[in-house]
Design a protein around this ligand. Structure first.
Ligand code: NDP
Length: 520
């Protein structure tokens, strides 16, 4: 067996020949494939080729680009089983999740972008409130080449959502997938090619962190980065240095607030699903639970019972939980559990590696947690649900906001008004009431975090417009004389007229008073 053992960035793997990366199935250790570590020259070449292809692509009517994207979508749908199987093997997640969380959402994003982009990116005429003699439109021009750098936890839907938005908007794309899951990105490229889209317009550069850094330095016009906060800081700094627009999708620490009037069964099932889907390796997964005193004991009991029912094993089989994709996450989970227990938390189930081969970690529930524990403050990114007792809405809101991250949050209450009031006060890019995680599947809604969870949005109209440069195209509605009164030489009459206009238009008063000031 040759699982990846290193912290990434150097591309060194067990058994991998120099200059290559090997991909192993986390559930079995099976060698799935080998890809090259592409150097800066190859990355620059991919960007240059994308730029040449993009010039012709951007000239196509947007309806035509959308039709080609539909063909790509059709290919994804036609070969969904193949994609699902590869995701399950390379990523270690159950096939049910590969289908519903990755392939299905990608198909929906493709469909939605292709249907809505002509409207969202159409030139938009502005209703000018002041300079009535002018006409102003906003045009959405493609940026050029978009560099996309993506993580391993959702190796299909995360990059493909951004690839689709960038292409529809008229850009070329170069994708650098995580070195842990490169084969899925290459499969996506294979489907793209099979759909007959322009070859060089979209390409995949495989490699490690250095390949990602080389992409930022290769002359791209925008970077969409999804990954951890630590890498995100380096990427944001590199983009800032080059003055490249960047969308940063970073970590999360989603709180669940369970009010004492919540539907117990739904809240418990939501906590278990949100905490353990993809073995907890979900940026919007449940990372901490604040249960109010009136429901705490019953919630804990039900969450523990439901967790014990979960089936873990071969992701290609009939299971709820698969493997841990990236081995260092296992050490991290162990550290967080040990720290919590040493500070007084109760380990109610799970807590370690199950008795089976492969990179597995048991679904774990910790109760009696407090904010002095790392498990309540750091991103877990593993199958651990820590639960803390709170007294009321105020305490729950304060604790939910006591985090450097702000990607998602969830509120459970039978009282919609109450839940909404809480949701409005929790600082996060997405807050769902009586649900978890599903917001990512709302193609229409912008997605992205606040605080150290990043900036910029993916999905929705914001994603499409973010892939463009907004351009103000101004024309005259009423022709102005050759000697424009606002140009040189400045005339005393113009200055005194503007002084009167300033007081007439902006100073407070009745309409009569203001008209009087204009002529007075
Ligand atoms: P990393 O930040 O480690 O890596 C993300 C990507 O960046 C990988 O492709 C990585 O390559 C690449 N990379 C590494 N170093 C550099 C560099 N210096 N310059 C450019 N690119 C670089 O994240 P993970 O892959 O570990 O993913 C897990 C993280 O992603 C979690 O924190 C999670 O919360 C976050 N995430 C955020 C989401 C969101 O939408 N906000 C969604 C999903 C995950 P390589 O893998 O080869 O090292």
């Amino acid at each position: 067996m040759g699982w990846i053992t290193q912290a990434r960035g150097e591309g060194t793997q067990v058994d991998a020949p120099q200059g290559t990366i090997r991909s192993y199935a986390p559930a079995t250790g099976e060698l799935l494939g080998e890809v090259p570590v592409m150097d800066a020259e190859r990355v620059r070449d991919a960007v240059a080729r994308a730029r040449r292809a993009q010039e012709a692509w951007a000239l196509l009517p947007i309806e035509e680009r959308c039709e080609r994207i539909r063909r790509f979508r059709d290919e994804i749908v036609r070969r969904a089983d193949e994609v699902v199987e590869l995701i399950a093997r390379e990523c270690g997640k159950p096939k049910a999740e590969a289908l519903t969380h990755e392939v299905f959402i990608t198909a929906d994003l493709a469909t939605w972008y292709a249907r809505e982009a002509p409207r969202i990116l159409a030139p938009r005429e502005l209703d000018l409130h002041l300079l009535k003699h002018r006409r102003a439109e906003v045009l959405y021009a493609p940026r050029g080449v978009v560099g996309i750098i993506s993580p391993w936890n959702f190796p299909f839907v995360i990059p493909m959502g951004d690839v689709l938005a960038a292409l529809v908007a008229g850009n070329g794309v170069v994708l650098k997938p995580s070195e842990v899951t490169p084969l899925i990105a290459l499969k996506a490229k294979e489907l793209y090619d099979a759909a007959g889209l322009p070859d060089d317009l979209f390409s995949v550069v495989t490699g490690d962190g250095k390949t990602g850094a080389a992409l930022i330095d290769a002359g791209v016009d925008k970077v969409v980065f999804t990954g951890g906060v630590e890498t995100g800081r380096k990427v944001a700094a590199a983009c800032g240095e080059r003055l490249i627009e960047a969308t940063m999708e970073l970590g999360g620490k989603a709180p669940v607030i369970v009010c004492d009037d919540a539907d117990l069964e739904r809240a418990a099932r939501a906590v278990v699903f949100g905490g353990f889907a993809n073995s907890g390796q979900v940026c919007i997964g449940v990372e901490r639970v604040y249960a109010q005193g009136g429901i705490y004991d019953r919630l804990v009991e039900r969450v523990v019972a439901l967790t014990r029912e979960l089936r873990q094993g071969d992701p290609l089989g009939d299971v709820d939980l698969g493997a841990i994709i990236f081995p260092p996450q296992i050490d991290n989970a162990t550290r967080l559990i040990e720290d919590a227990v040493s500070r007084g938390a109760q380990l109610r189930c799970g807590g370690g590696r199950p008795d089976r081969e492969g990179q597995f970690f048991e679904p774990t529930v910790l109760t009696g947690c407090g904010h002095d524990m790392a498990v309540m403050r750091e991103e877990i990114f593993g199958p651990i649900v820590p639960i803390m007792r709170v007294t009321d809405d105020e305490e729950a809101i304060a604790l939910a906001n006591d985090s450097h991250l702000g990607l998602a949050a969830y509120v459970f209450s039978a009282d919609r008004e109450r839940a909404r009031a809480i949701a409005e006060r929790v600082r996060a890019g997405m807050v769902l009431v009586n649900d978890v995680v599903i917001g990512y599947a709302v193609s229409e809604a912008p997605f992205g975090g606040v605080k150290a969870s990043g900036y910029g949005k993916i999905h929705g109209a914001e994603s499409l417009r973010g892939m463009c440069e907004a351009k103000h195209l101004g024309t005259e509605r009423i022709p102005m004389p050759a000697r424009d009164p606002f140009w040189f030489p400045y005339q005393p009459a113009m200055v005194s007229g503007m002084r009167r206009a300033l007081r007439a238009v902006y100073a407070r008063g009745t309409l009569g008073e203001r008209i009087g000031r204009l002529f007075g």
